[in-house]
Design a protein around this ligand. Structure first.
Ligand code: IPE
Ligand code: IPE
Ligand code: MG
Length: 248
């Protein structure tokens, strides 16, 4: 369990993304319903947001509900949406206290109206937050993001605002839902699953992956620090050789 003092504060990732997984298994281990696992995950969210902000992370993206999650039993989907409304309402004051700005990415128009309203209100209330941006991925998937970007790019080309030849690796991400946000340096996935599950497909191209067996409802500040410590021990080569990195 990493202490604060073990973390190199001059090497904090600007953007950390998290696949919060394992709520269902956590509940099952306790003989409860899956919804109990989701309800029990709020402390993990709060701990992670506060620790990230205190350590100097600028963007924290939490995968809260994927496009594929719409295929879960209707009762579970409904419970997740209600929990979302309740949590946003309850946590807005903590976000304000910590100067954290809320932003949502995903096909949010498919969320129930009260969720959309709650999100819009919290986004507006917290827009002055300067310490960290909390990005909630809701009804999000990487393929959805690339598809909507392609659609808008095509529309700009059709309207003559953009030439196909002008589309570069720098242009495309300005059409993604994460426009203006740097790519994550670190991705944390809880509950031991070793997959991306259609998360930030473009943005994760060179992200360091950290997978922990800890189930999301058990995830605490110290686990977040463990992930940062592991990240700080990595050598990010971006295709170069190790020797090239020590020379430059
Ligand atoms: C993550 O936990 C929460 C969401 C995907 C909304 P799960 O509900 O996927 O938990 P497991 O993977 O079934 O344990
Ligand atoms: C990924 O978790 C989505 C979220 C954490 C919101 P899942 O539990 O849905 O992922 P798969 O389906 O097991 O890959
Ligand atoms: Mg899961």
């Amino acid at each position: 369990m990493a202490e604060r003092s073990a973390i190199d504060l001059s090497n904090i990732p600007a953007h950390v993304a998290v696949i919060m997984d394992g709520n269902g298994r956590w509940a099952k281990q306790r003989g409860g319903l899956r919804v109990f696992g989701h309800q029990s995950a709020i402390t993990a969210v709060r701990d992670t947001v506060e620790e990230a902000a205190e350590l100097g992370v600028h963007y924290l993206t939490l995968y809260a509900f994927s496009t594929e999650n719409w295929n879960r039993p209707a009762l579970e989907v409904m419970a997740l949406m209600q929990l979302l409304v309740h949590t946003i309402r309850q946590e807005t004051s903590t976000l304000l206290k910590n100067s954290v700005r809320l932003q949502a990415i995903g096909e949010t128009t498919s969320l129930p109206a009260n969720c959309q309203r709650e999100l819009a209100e919290a986004t507006e209330l917290t827009k002055g937050g300067t310490r960290m941006t909390l990005v909630l991925a809701l009804s999000y998937s990487g393929r959805w993001d690339l598809t909507q970007a392609a659609r808008r790019l095509a529309a700009d080309v059709a309207a003559g605002r953009l030439q196909p030849g002008d589309i570069t690796e720098a242009t495309l991400p300005t059409y993604l839902a994460t426009a203006g946000i740097p790519d994550p340096e670190l991705l944390i996935r809880t509950s031991g699953e070793q997959r991306i599950s259609n998360f930030l497909l473009w943005q994760l191209a060179y992200t360091e992956l950290y997978i922990t067996p800890v189930l999301w409802p058990d995830f605490r500040r110290s686990h977040f620090r463990d992930a940062l410590l592991a990240y700080q021990g990595r050598e990010r080569r971006f295709g170069k050789t190790s020797e090239q990195l020590t020379i430059s």
